[in-house]
Design a protein around this ligand. Structure first.
Ligand code: KG4
Ligand code: ZN
Length: 346
């Protein structure tokens, strides 16, 4: 098992990290585990379509990648020549988007004669818990990763050794937030807007049907249909139902989604007997979810960790922290072998 103490004795690496898996073009520079810069350019073009349009995403990455990487280097005050290695997201993600980051990283590594490090985006979400913090999770730990594309329960044995022990069979939790928000006319991605409205609402105002999935897997597609039926029924009775009750609806549906996640998290804690739990991914920024998991941890005598909110949604600093650990473990990739893997697993 790789020990943190061993890492601390080594000279800190300077990693240039690149993330282009979906609709955010991001670059970061890390000195060891310290984030010197983290630049994220979120593409706004997709909100008009209510979801990410892959073709437009890759075109935007092509435009953004050079200025974003340059900005990350300038803000960090680091010269390219002083970089130890270049880390990039190999997958999972959209093929065209991944291709931009992969080609860029390969070209930079070849031109500079520096090592190339491939990073799994989901592993990076988990390790975002180790960014810019004095108090980081003891391992082994259990991480609930909830994003727009994934919902996973990850058993984290070591920094680079993880196993998915449960995942969604259909929609991701963030996808459920976004699709339900779209039904309410909220802009994409709707998670933040639902979170904000929910803080002003009564979470017990409305009830939604339960869905049952065996084991540690999740399913969020049924709740989406349940919500649509609820909205149609209530709006047929009162055309202004949504406008009159928006905060209560947001609070109630958010509570339902959190209940669904908590049920599986609890089952996974019992299954693994871990003493440490963590959150990761865009939905980990949700204030309701953070509060519920914190309460759960307290009630069950568990240690609880969550990344800074800025490191929950997609960013390159989390790619950099995996780069840091892989650099120390000398896990490099040859530029010839570097190709995007849209369905990449751990
Ligand atoms: O991790 P992320 O940036 O991208 C993926 O890897 O998918 O996650 C984006 C997701 C979106 O579905 C967005 O609605 C959700 O995270 N999200 C939130 C919040 N902030 C972002 N969901 C609920 N509450 C939030 N505060
Ligand atoms: Zn992500």
């Amino acid at each position: 098992m790789i020990k943190e103490i061993f890492f601390q004795q080594m000279t800190p690496s300077k990693i240039l990290a690149i993330e282009t898996s979906c609709d955010d073009t991001a670059a970061a520079v890390l000195l060891g585990k310290k984030v010197l810069s983290s630049i994220v350019s979120s593409q706004t073009i997709h909100s008009a379509y209510g979801g990410v349009v892959p073709e437009l995403a890759s075109r935007d990455h092509m435009k953004n990648i050079v200025p974003i990487v340059n900005e990350a280097l300038v803000q960090a005050g680091v010269d390219l020549a002083d970089i130890s290695a270049i880390a990039y997201t190999q997958g999972p993600g959209l093929l065209g988007s991944l291709m931009v980051g992969c080609c860029f990283a390969k070209a930079k590594a070849m031109a500079l004669g520096k090592p190339l490090i491939s990073v799994n985006h989901m592993q990076a979400h988990v390790l975002s818990n180790f960014l810019d913090t004095e108090r980081s999770p003891e391992l082994p730990a259990l991480c609930l990763t909830v994003s727009g594309g994934h919902t996973q329960l990850v058993y984290v044995k070591d920094f680079l050794e993880m196993e998915v022990i449960g995942e969604t069979l259909d929609d991701a939790m963030g996808e459920a937030f976004d699709k339900i928000g779209k039904m309410m006319g909220l802009p994409y991605p709707a998670g933040v807007a639902i979170d904000e409205q929910a803080q002003r609402g009564d979470e017990n105002a409305f009830q939604f049907p339960d869905t049952h999935v065996p084991g540690l897997d999740f399913s969020f597609s049924g709740i989406k249909t349940g919500f649509l039926n609820f909205l149609n029924k209530e709006t047929a009775r009162d055309a202004f139902f949504l406008e009159k009750n928006k905060s209560d609806i947001c609070a109630s549906i958010q509570k339902k989604l959190i209940d669904m996640a908590m049920q599986k998290l609890d089952a996974a804690v019992r299954h693994t007997s871990v003493k440490t739990i963590a959150l990761a991914g865009g939905v980990a920024a949700n204030s309701g979810l953070r509060a519920r998991v914190a309460l759960y941890a307290q009630a069950n005598d568990l240690n609880f960790f969550s990344p800074h909110k800025k490191y929950c949604t997609d960013n390159a600093a989390m790619i950099g922290i995996v780069g840091h650990y892989k650099f120390l473990a000398k896990q490099f990739q040859s530029v010839e072998e570097a190709v995007p893997i849209p369905q990449m697993k751990f």
